[in-house]
Design a protein around this ligand. Structure first.
Ligand code: NAD
Length: 469
């Protein structure tokens, strides 16, 4: 078989999986509450019974990642999402009544919105939280009565293989199935005519996915990343801010879509900020960060090299680089550093960092920061540390981002009742909770007229109406 034949074989087997799922959906287009709950329960059982093997698989893929990180950032949020949907599903599946009183011609009618399943949903997921980001959205997708084809990341092969096997033993292929492979398979996968496609990953790949889904006119949800700004106000508790920043930048090695990326610090507070970051890192990692088994490694050597190149480029162009630790970083273990006032042409000022480096910029007034945020691609989150209500209102109303968080980092993702998603370059559509259920459903308008016929007067012949004026 040459490469072309392989890709034809792949395409036809992907297509046959989709055809089988679509046929099953047509047979049961509106799964009962009981069946949806049963699917969610099977996914919960699958995660619970594979917990230890999942922790081991993620550890093997990352080279180093603590069991605690996998438990708290992959397993627990997945189970929480699934349980939250399960306990609310009955309420969400109820039709929503809408008023039919106006215009008067509608008198006698009853109107409602019924949330019906889309059908087959494709789900392409990334490597950074390989279990959470593959399985959590399934709570909403299965809850909304859909079937799923999952394409997890090739950069976490142990975890993706394990999920494929575990799913195969808990689900029929027509309910939920996993397709394994790299970018070539992913590209073919995204060309399938799903009923909805969810893509979680980078903005650049999202542009390709959006082109495929546009040519098929498929509704698309994009969960992407970006450069999340953090504004440290003069009113901030610097100690608290630094501690939370060091936690966020070392959790999963800073490889998080919601990770703080560029920190705006008042010029007069810069030295205090640097000292607070150093002290906070020491508090979180009292031993040597360079040998601490709790410290997560960068996913590949290529990704680690990219971070080192970013730092070197910024340093060469005049930025101040402050290592927050005493040891040298090596291999896939990249240690936290501050990169202060890098030139705007540097990669660290332009690209999502996705690692333990903090781009830091000094500022004099908030308007300058707001203008800077608005000139860049719209971020997934804007963070603010401080207590000034006017500043909070300004950021809320004058910047556009997926979310805004005050005096915390990333915590809004855990609030099930908030929509989670980006805007512009950081994504479109959202999931979690009822917003997620709606995102993966079709909101069908249902209008039901009674025996009344109020529009009779509008039907021709119009002669008499015209005569009457
Ligand atoms: P990526 O875009 O490289 O890959 C994501 C997925 O896309 C993988 O499964 C990959 O196989 C697939 N893919 C690769 N080429 C493709 C193509 N041509 N067509 C279709 N699919 C293709 O992203 P990544 O490196 O795995 O993840 C990191 C990025 O994801 C970061 O930018 C991060 O911010 C973002 N992210 C966003 C969220 C969120 O919820 N908003 C969560 C996690 C990560």
């Amino acid at each position: 078989m040459n490469t072309n034949d392989t890709s034809i074989a792949q395409t036809s087997s992907l297509q046959s999986l989709l055809t089988a799922q679509r046929a099953a959906h047509i047979k049961d287009p509106y799964p009962s509450l009981e069946l949806r709950t049963d699917r969610i329960n099977r996914l919960i059982d699958m995660v619970v019974s594979n917990q230890q093997s999942m922790i081991d698989a993620v550890m093997a893929d990352f080279e180093n990642r603590s069991a605690m990180t996998t438990r708290t950032s992959d397993l627990m949020p997945t189970l929480d999402n699934l349980k939250y949907v399960r306990s609310n599903l009955k309420k969400w599946m109820k039709p929503e009544k809408r008023s039919s009183k106006f215009p008067l011609g509608l008198i006698g009618a009853k109107s409602k919105v019924e949330y019906v399943p889309m059908g087959v949903v494709g789900n392409i997921s990334p490597w950074n939280f390989p279990i959470n980001l593959a399985l959590s959205p399934m709570a909403d997708i299965l809850g909304a009565g859909n079937r799923i084809m999952l394409k997890p990341s090739e950069l976490t092969p142990e975890t993706s293989n394990l999920m494929a096997k575990a799913i195969e033993s808990s689900f029929d292929k027509t309910e939920l199935t996993v397709v394994l492979g790299g970018p070539e398979v992913a590209a073919e996968f995204s060309k399938l005519k799903f009923d909805h496609l969810l893509f979680t990953g980078s903005t650049n790949v999202a542009r390709l996915v959006a082109q495929s889904s546009a040519s098929n006119l498929i509704p698309l949800t994009l969960e992407l990343g970006g450069k999340n700004p953090v504004v440290i106000s003069p009113s901030a508790n610097l100690q608290l801010a630094a501690e939370k920043l060091m936690w966020a930048k070392t959790l999963n090695g800073g490889q998080i879509c919601l990770c703080p990326d560029t920190i705006f610090v008042p010029e007069s507070m810069m030295q205090a900020f640097i000292s607070a970051c150093k002290a906070s890192l020491k508090k979180l990692y009292p031993g040597d960060v360079a040998t601490d088994p709790e410290y997560t490694h960068i996913i590949t050597q290529r990704h680690a090299d990219r971070l080192r190149e970013m730092t070197a480029e910024a340093k060469e162009s005049g930025a101040q680089v402050i290592a927050l630790h005493e040891s040298d970083s090596s291999g896939r273990r990249v240690l936290p550093s501050l990169v202060i006032n890098a030139d705007s042409s540097c990669r660290i000022s332009q690209e999502e960092v996705f690692g333990p480096l903090l781009a830091v910029e000094s500022y004099q007034n908030l308007q300058e920061v707001v203008t800077g945020i608005n000139e860049k691609a719209r971020p997934l989150a804007v963070y603010y540390f401080g207590t000034d209500k006017q500043e909070i209102d300004k950021l809320t109303h004058e910047t556009v981002s997926g979310g805004l968080v005050v005096n915390d980092l990333m915590a809004h993702i855990l609030q099930e009742d908030l929509p989670f998603g980006g805007v512009g370059d950081s994504g479109m559509g959202s999931y979690h909770g009822f917003d997620g259920f709606k995102n993966f459903s079709h909101a069908k308008a249902v209008y039901n007229q009674s025996k009344l016929d109020p529009f009779k007067i509008l039907r021709p012949p119009y002669g008499k109406m015209v005569e009457d004026g």
